[in-house]
Design a protein around this ligand. Structure first.
Ligand SMILES: Nc1nc2c(ncn2[C@@H]2O[C@H](COP(=O)(O)OP(=O)(O)OP(=O)(O)O)[C@@H](O)[C@H]2O)c(=O)[nH]1
Ligand SMILES: [Zn+2]
Length: 211
């Protein structure tokens, strides 16, 4: 799994790629936004835009906050007392907002995550937190799907994991090919879900059930 950015004093060493990347200062980031505002053809000094670089950087800190969070923090606490429950646990329709790494435009959708516990179960909200941590990074939908799977696998070692993401990519609707309403679906299965097609059918039936 990709490592996270680790804050080191005012600098941050990026471990998401093979080479470490020093983190620019907030002032540098704001200056870059100012350049972009001028580049699109507007006046960064006019009243309505003068605070925009500051707001932009603050918003980016929030929507890309996933680089500074570790899924292990949320998945390390498990509950053993579940009355012997060992069947499927499905958390479906988890909304997420991410950004494609190609255009830095949003892709929004829902995640459906199921696992068969082996031993403990994790708090339900923690599954949604893991989705958010990886969604709040620059992503492809495929990578986001795979990272969610590997984080759950690494920390819970369940008998099987099924993850399905459905999302609409703004880079396909508001620019480029300009196709509205296109849904991209990605799935990844491990363990019993990967080995047994009937388990995949059960997962899909539960995901689509009651609608
Ligand atoms: N596989 C995959 N592709 C993505 C994702 N998000 C965006 N893309 C695609 O990334 C591709 C980038 O293609 P390029 O030809 O390098 O860029 P582009 O000229 O802006 O492409 P167009 O979007 O076709 O205008 C596009 O086809 C996007 O649709 C994703 O999550 N997964
Ligand atoms: Zn894109």
């Amino acid at each position: 799994m990709d490592a996270i950015l680790k804050p080191i004093g005012s600098q941050v060493e990026a471990e998401v790629s093979s080479k470490p990347v020093a983190r620019p200062s907030r002032e540098d980031a704001e200056a870059a936004v100012r350049t972009l505002l001028a580049w699109v053809g507007d006046d960064p000094d006019r009243e309505g835009l003068v605070d925009t670089p500051k707001r932009f950087v603050k918003a980016y800190k929030e929507i890309f906050g996933g680089y500074f969070e570790d899924p292990a923090e949320h998945l390390k606490r498990t509950f053993e007392e579940v009355g012997g429950y060992d069947d499927i646990i499905l958390v479906r329709d988890i909304p997420f907002h991410s950004h494609c790494e190609h255009h830095v435009l949003p892709f929004d959708g829902h995640a459906h995550i199921a696992y068969y516990p082996s031993g403990g179960v994790v708090g339900l909200s923690k599954i949604a937190r893991v989705v958010d941590i990886f969604a709040k990074r620059l992503q492809t939908q495929e990578n986001l799907t795979a990272q969610i799977v590997s984080a759950i696998d690494e920390h819970l070692s369940p008998r099987g994991i099924a993850v399905m993401l459905e999302a609409e990519h703004k880079c396909m609707s508001m620019r480029g090919i300009r196709k509205e309403g296109v849904s991209t679906v990605t799935t990844q299965f491990t363990g019993v879900f990967r080995d047994d097609p009937a388990e995949q059918v059960r997962f899909m039936t539960l995901v689509r059930g009651g609608r």
